[in-house]
Design a protein around this ligand. Structure first.
Ligand code: GLN
Ligand code: ZN
Length: 773
C-alpha cells in the first residue's frame, strides 16, 4: 500500500451520491442537444445551455444538503454518454471518424455527435445495455491502430468551471477496466484481438489525467468500475490481476487527487480485497443489490456505503440503512453514506407528481429525495439519531402505511396465484398445436408479418395529446385511432402480408399502455429517465398487487380483424418486459410480481381468443436485460422469467398460435430459455448481424418456427430486394423454409411511412423470389 497517498488524503465527505441525472429536470439537455442537431442552435448555444444545467445541478445538490467545498457533489455531466466521453478523452476514435478530429486530436460537438449518430455510410458506435439497467452506452472500438492520448480537456474544464462557481466537486470518470472490457475490437483488429490487452498503454493516460485534475484543484476523483461486479467472459483471475495492476499504478502516481473507486450494481466479491490493498483511498459497496461483506478488513480505506437504492424509486428504510452502515463500520474502515448506484436511473424529483396522491408519494423517493435521504443518514451518523428523529419517524410511518395498504395485498390476486398448478404452465406437444394451427390458418412457407407497431405519425401524437388535454372527446379520439387502424390494415393487404397487425396506434408506449389499464400501477407526468443520448423513457410505477379490471386490447384487435379476412395478430407486452421497464415494488420477489402480471395477461389472451383472434404475440424484448450480472443468480432468474411467460400464454387453445418477439441478436447465451418459452413462433433481431445467430439455433435443435429480422429498422435506410433475398437465402441454410417467417427486426413505430412502405415492398418481393426459387 502506498502510505504517502493515504497520509495526504483529505477526508471523504460524510454523505454523497455516485452520480445525478444528467438530462435536466425539464429535459433541458435533450432539448438543447436536439436543437443543435437540427441546426436550430449553434455549438456555442449548446455549450451555454449545458453550462447552465451543470451549475443549476450543483446549486440544487448544495440546496439539498451536499457540501459545496468537500467533494461531495459529483460532477458527472455528459452531452450524450459517459463511455463515449471516455473514448473521446482517451483518443479512441474509430478510424472511419479520424477525419473529424482537430489537429490537437480533439473533437468538436458536431464530431462528438457523429460518433453517436453516424454519418452517411459510416455507422455510429454500437449501442448496448449498461449492466442490468435500461441505460444504453456506446461501445468503444479499440484496435492496434488506436493511439491512446489525452485528447480532450472537457472533464478537467468542467471541474474548473464548477470550482470558479464555488463548488469543489468530485469528477466522475469511467475506469480503465470498465472502459476496455466493455469495448469491442475495431474492424481493423484481427480475430483474437482483445481491447483489454491495451491496458498498459492506457494507464499512463489516466495518470496524466489524474495529474491534470490535481493541478486544477481536485481533492477526490471517482473512478467507476462496475465491470468488477459482473461475471464476464474473461477469466476472473485475469480481471483481478488487471485490477491490481491498474489501481496499484494509479495510487502510486505522485501527482493525483485521492482516488475513490465506485463499483455499483452488485457485490465486488473477491475484487474488494484487491482494491483495498491497491492503495486507493475509498471504495463503494452496493448494499442494495449486494450485501455487507464478511471476513475482510477494511481499515485501510473509506467505505462508501451504498445504502440508498439508486436503481429504484422507493423511500429508503432509514433505520435499516443505519444498521447496514454500522455493520460496514464494524469491518474497520471509515464509513460514508451514498446511493448504491448513480441516480441516473431515477427521475429528478417528486415535485410535480402530486397527482399520485399523498399516500403513494410518501412511499417514494426520486433523485432529489434520495439526496435528502443521504444527507439525513450522514447527519445521523455524525450527530446521532436524535438529530434526525423527525425524519426517522416520518419514514417509519410511511413504510408501515405502505405495508398495510390493501392495494399491496389483495386477497383475490393472492388466491388466484396460489391456485396455479404446474399444468397451467404447459400446452400440448408442439406437433399437436402445429397441426391444429396449420389446419386453421393454412399459412404458406416463409409466412410474412410485422412485429406490431406501424409509424406513430405526428397526427397520431397530436390526437393523443389533444385527448389527454381534454381537447378531443373520447369518441373523436377513438375514431381517429380507428381510421389509423383501417389505413394500416389496408396497406398490409395491398402489400400482400400473410398475418396482419393493427399497428398499435392507440399505444403511447408498449408498457405504459398496459400500466394505465391494470390495477397496481401508476404513471408519472414528468418522471423521465435517460435511456440513451437524448432519449428518455417514463417508467410506470408498479406498487401494488396487479389485477385486470377489464379487457385492455380486445376491442382494438376485434375492430382490426373485422376489416380483413387475413389473420390479425393480437399484441401484448410480456410480464418480464412490463417489469423491466417499470419501477417495480421491492417488498416481494420479482418472480411473484411477474406471476401476477402473467395472470392478468392470461385473462386477456382468453378474451382475445373469445373475440376470434387466433394469433397472439406476447413481446418480451427485455428478457435478456434483467439477466443477473452474476452467473450464480442467472438460473433462478431464467426459471421465474420463463415461467411467467408460460403462465401468461399456456392457457391458449391448441389452434391459437402464440408468437413472441425478442429485441436483440445476442441470444445464443439464453437459447435454452428462449426454447423454454414454448412459443409457436419467435421473431428476433437478425438483419444487422446477418443472421449470425441462426447456426447456433440450428445446432441447438429447434423444432418450432422462427422469424429472423430481414430489415434493420433502427435506421431510415431502405434495404433492397436483393439484400433481403440474400438474408433469406442465408437463413434457409440453417432453418428449413417451413419453420421460417419473414419479418422486420422490430416494430416500426419510429420509422416514417415512405421508408416503411418501400422496405416492406422489398421484403415481399424477396419472399416471392425465394418461395419460387
Ligand atoms: N410490438 C412492439 C412493436 O412493434 C414490439 C416493440 C419492441 O420489441 N420493443 O412496437
Ligand atoms: Zn423489438
Amino acid at each position: 500500500m502506498s502510505d504517502i497517498a493515504v497520509a495526504h488524503a483529505p477526508a471523504f465527505p460524510g454523505g454523497t451520491i455516485l452520480g445525478y441525472p444528467r438530462i435536466g429536470r425539464m429535459r433541458e439537455l435533450k432539448k438543447a442537444i436536439e436543437s443543435f442537431w437540427k441546426g436550430v442552435t449553434s455549438a456555442e448555444e449548446l455549450e451555454a445551455a449545458a453550462k447552465d444545467l451543470r451549475l443549476a445541478t450543483y446549486a440544487r445538490l448544495a440546496e439539498l444538503g451536499l457540501g459545496k467545498g468537500d467533494a461531495s457533489i459529483p460532477s458527472n455531466f455528459s452531452f450524450y454518454d459517459h463511455m463515449l466521453d471516455a473514448a473521446v478523452t482517451f483518443g479512441a476514435i474509430p478510424a472511419r471518424f479520424e477525419g473529424l478530429r482537430a489537429a490537437d486530436g480533439s473533437l468538436d460537438l458536431a464530431g462528438y455527435s457523429t460518433l453517436a449518430r453516424g454519418q452517411g455510410d459510416d455507422a455510429p458506435l454500437e449501442m448496448t445495455k449498461w449492466f442490468d439497467s435500461n441505460y444504453h452506452y456506446l461501445v468503444p472500438e479499440i484496435g492496434p491502430e488506436t493511439t491512446f492520448a489525452l485528447s480532450s480537456t472537457r472533464w478537467v474544464d468542467q471541474f474548473a468551471e464548477a470550482k470558479i462557481a464555488g463548488y469543489l466537486t468530485r469528477p466522475v470518470i469511467t475506469g480503465p477496466l470498465t472502459f476496455l472490457y466493455l469495448a469491442k475490437a475495431s474492424d481493423e483488429a484481427g480475430e483474437d484481438y482483445r481491447p483489454i490487452d491495451r491496458l498498459g498503454d492506457l494507464i499512463p493516460v489516466y495518470v496524466e489525467l489524474l495529474a491534470a485534475f490535481k493541478a486544477a484543484g481536485a481533492t477526490w476523483v471517482q473512478i467507476d468500475e462496475p465491470i468488477l461486479v459482473a461475471d464476464i467472459d474473461a477469466d476472473r483471475s485475469e480481471v483481478l490481476a488487471n485490477a491490481a495492476t491498474v489501481y496499484q499504478a494509479l495510487s502510486s502516481a505522485t501527482d493525483r487527487p485521492a482516488i475513490f473507486v465506485a463499483a455499483p450494481y452488485n457485490d465486488l466479491g473477491d475484487a474488494l480485497p484487491v482494491l483495498v490493498e491497491s492503495g486507493v483511498e475509498a471504495v463503494s459497496l452496493d448494499l442494495v443489490r449486494g450485501s455487507v461483506p464478511s471476513g475482510v478488513n477494511l481499515s485501510g480505506v473509506t467505505v462508501v456505503a451504498g445504502v440508498v437504492d439508486g436503481h429504484n424509486i422507493w423511500r429508503t428504510d432509514l433505520d435499516q440503512a443505519l444498521r447496514t452502515a454500522d455493520a460496514v463500520a464494524a469491518l474497520g474502515g471509515a464509513v460514508a453514506i451514498s446511493s448504491s448506484t448513480s441516480l441516473l436511473h431515477v427521475p429528478h424529483t417528486l415535485a410535480g407528481e402530486e397527482h399520485l396522491g399523498s399516500e403513494l408519494l410518501s412511499w417514494l423517493a426520486f433523485a432529489d429525495e434520495k439526496v435528502a435521504e443521504v444527507v439525513t443518514l450522514a447527519t445521523a451518523r455524525a450527530e446521532g439519531e436524535e438529530a434526525v428523529a423527525d425524519a426517522l419517524a416520518a419514514t417509519r410511518e410511511a413504510l408501515a402505511a405502505r405495508a398495510a395498504h390493501p392495494g399491496t395485498h389483495r386477497a383475490e390476486v393472492r388466491e388466484a396465484l396460489a391456485a396455479v398448478t404446474p399444468e397451467d404452465l404447459d400446452r400440448p406437444a408442439y406437433s399437436v398445436r402445429a397441426a391444429a394451427q396449420d389446419a386453421r390458418f393454412g399459412l404458406p412457407e416463409l409466412a410474412t408479418t410485422t412485429i406490431g407497431s406501424f409509424p406513430q405519425t405526428p397526427e397520431i401524437r397530436r390526437a393523443r395529446a389533444a385527448w389527454a388535454k381534454g381537447n378531443l372527446s373520447d369518441a373523436d379520439y377513438e375514431n381517429a385511432m380507428k381510421d389509423e387502424i383501417a389505413q394500416v390494415v389496408r396497406l398490409q393487404e395491398d402489400l400482400g402480408l400473410d398475418v396482419l397487425v393493427h399497428g398499435e396506434a392507440e399505444r403511447n408506449d408498449m408498457v405504459q399502455y398496459f400500466a394505465e389499464l391494470l390495477d397496481g400501477f401508476d404513471v408519472t407526468v414528468n418522471g423521465w429517465v435517460q435511456s440513451y443520448g437524448s432519449r428518455c423513457t417514463r417508467p410506470s410505477i408498479l406498487w401494488g398487487d396487479v389485477a385486470r379490471p377489464e379487457p385492455m386490447t380486445v376491442r382494438w384487435a376485434q375492430y382490426a380483424q373485422s376489416l380483413t379476412d387475413k389473420p390479425m395478430k393480437g399484441m401484448l407486452t410480456g410480464p418480464v418486459t412490463i417489469l423491466a421497464w417499470s419501477f417495480v415494488r421491492d417488498d416481494q420477489p420479482l418472480g411473484d410480481t411477474a406471476s401476477q402480471v402473467a395472470l392478468a395477461l392470461r385473462e386477456e389472451i382468453a378474451d382475445l381468443e373469445a373475440a376470434g383472434i387466433g394469433i397472439i404475440q406476447v413481446d418480451e424484448p427485455a428478457l435478456r436485460e434483467l439477466l443477473p450480472l452474476k452467473k450464480a443468480d442467472q438460473p433462478a432468474y431464467l426459471e421465474w422469467s420463463v415461467n411467467s411467460f408460460r403462465l401468461a400464454t399456456s392457457g391458449a387453445k391448441d389452434d391459437t398460435q402464440v408468437h413472441t418477439h425478442l429485441c436483440y441478436s445476442e441470444f445464443g447465451e439464453i437459447i435454452d430459455a428462449i426454447d423454454g418459452l414454448n412459443a409457436d413462433v419467435t421473431s428476433i433481431e437478425a438483419a444487422r448481424s446477418r443472421m449470425e445467430v441462426l447456426p447456433a439455433i440450428k445446432n441447438h435443435g429447434y423444432e418450432r418456427q422462427i422469424g429472423p429480422g430481414v430489415w434493420d429498422i433502427h435506421s431510415p435506410r431502405v434495404p433492397s430486394t436483393q439484400e433481403v433475398t440474400e438474408l433469406l437465402a442465408l437463413a434457409k441454410e440453417s432453418i428449413p423454409g417451413k419453420q421460417l417467417w419473414v419479418n422486420p427486426d422490430c416494430g416500426l413505430k419510429t420509422r416514417g411511412y415512405d421508408e416503411t412502405i418501400a422496405s416492406l415492398r422489398h421484403m415481399m418481393a424477396a419472399t416471392q423470389a425465394v418461395r419460387s426459387a
